[in-house]
Design a protein around this ligand. Sequence first.
Ligand code: G4P
Length: 533
Amino acid sequence: MNYESEITKRKTFAIISHPDAGKTTLTEKLLLYSGAINIAGAVKSNKIKKTAASDFLEIEKQRGISVATSVLSFDYKEHKINLLDTPGHKDFAEDTYRTLTAVDSVILVIDCVKGVEEQTEKLMGVCRMRNTPVIIFINKLDREGREPIELLDELESKLSIRVRPLTWPLGMGYKFRGVYNIHKSTFAFYQTNKTKIEEDVQLFNGLEDPALDDVFRDEAKVLRHDVELIDAIYDDFDKKAYLEGKLAPVFFGSALNNFGINELLETFVEIAPAPSKRESTTGIIQPDHSEFSGFVFKIHANLDPRHRDRIAFLRIVSGKFERNKFYHHVRLNRDLKFSNPATFMAANKTVVEDAFPGDVIGLYDSGTFMIGDTLTEGENFIFKGIPRFAPEIFRVVRNQDPFKTKQLEKGIQYLTDEGLAQLFTQDGGNKKVIGVVGELQFDVLKYRLLHEYGASVEFAGMSAYKAFWVKFSDESEIDELKRIRNNYLYFDKNENLVFIAESEYSITMARQKNPKAEFLSAIEQNERVLKLQ
Ligand code: G4P
């Protein structure tokens, strides 16, 4: 197979949702439909869920929260599909945002009872920023949910995206009959069958087909009315608008009952984009650029806590990656080769010989990678667009075991490299502050520092509003800041100057008094803004 077709057969995407909307269930069902797994019954399906690939961490098992991001690769027909799983819990949203930089499209799952929820809006905000194409799956139609038309309105108004239903449900909850495919004029009948993957589908000769009356009796009128209404309200599906991230096709179904998955998967492989270009410090890198390049968007602790090595997840942007070949680590200016690059299928890892744009490979790492690192075949550029957000919750690190100081420092360095939290060290002092996006990350840090590094730590409260990276071209531009706010100045691990403002007022004043300096609430991963001399 030639290089060109290796690229076009790939689809790299993520499923996103507010927790509990059905992301995990849909993931499993897509694997089931593609033949990647074989589940004999609903009980087993739940069991697979509980031991799914995303259960990397012990803490996750304890809390039942999907902390980790995992990668699932599977074949469907002539396509190679890479599904990047994302943590559902909002305290790990930053991890999800980074994963979204590594995909080319997403499927958004909505719970038909709850509609658009808080996390749905945030995640879609990130997709909209990057113009990521979105397909929407409205789930749990077997439940008494909200009116479909009302849900569509809410999607458009809250997510600022146009929608176009491609299927339409007849009934809901205990009256749910199935979904009508508007383009193919087929009706898929709903059955409460959690194991079978074939659907009972009947072809009609359009909405006027009298067979509709025979099959649905009075409900045929409802179906005709609804579909005509939909066709009148919504423009025809426009693939170009979908690929530009402006229009989202909508499907209805019930992941738990294996219903509506087929339509979703078939349409996904038909319309979802092949691996796309990425922006770098020297310009756009196209997937068909002949030389290999890729970036690390995720670093994960090893499954086995006895070994400290980690897995760096690398998304390939261009060229062909080959095992045991030297590649250039741009940040470190070092050439490295990888003898055991891995691909993933649920909990199983296999060694890959080669990989192509769109693929995500796992590289064993003993501390050489940070999130945002670029590997090339020798070229000197760094991929852009992997964000690092300013944390909003801060705590001071208090070492509880002075004999383990080294372990604590090492542990914090490693865990912050993974992107779990950010470390700030006070300017001229020794105070170490950890900043996170969600409270839960402190628990994870504490647990992992103890279990993986033997270091015992407490986090003391600290009143702070937000951190800002300070960018300036001459130190005189921040004289005022250093004079009045020196105690609030820290360095991040890249030696960037950071101002941890204690209130909104304080940052407003800092901006006013230091008008030439910039105070940034997000920077590029590994970016170096100017530091104090
Ligand atoms: P998440 O990954 O988005 O957090 O959601 P997940 O798939 O874990 O699903 C959340 C709950 O919703 C699960 O129930 C799941 O069985 C249920 N669910 C998913 N799809 C459907 C559907 O189409 N219809 C209905 N009625 N329920 C659905 P749970 O009780 O929390 O877990 P479990 O005991 O079933 O594992």
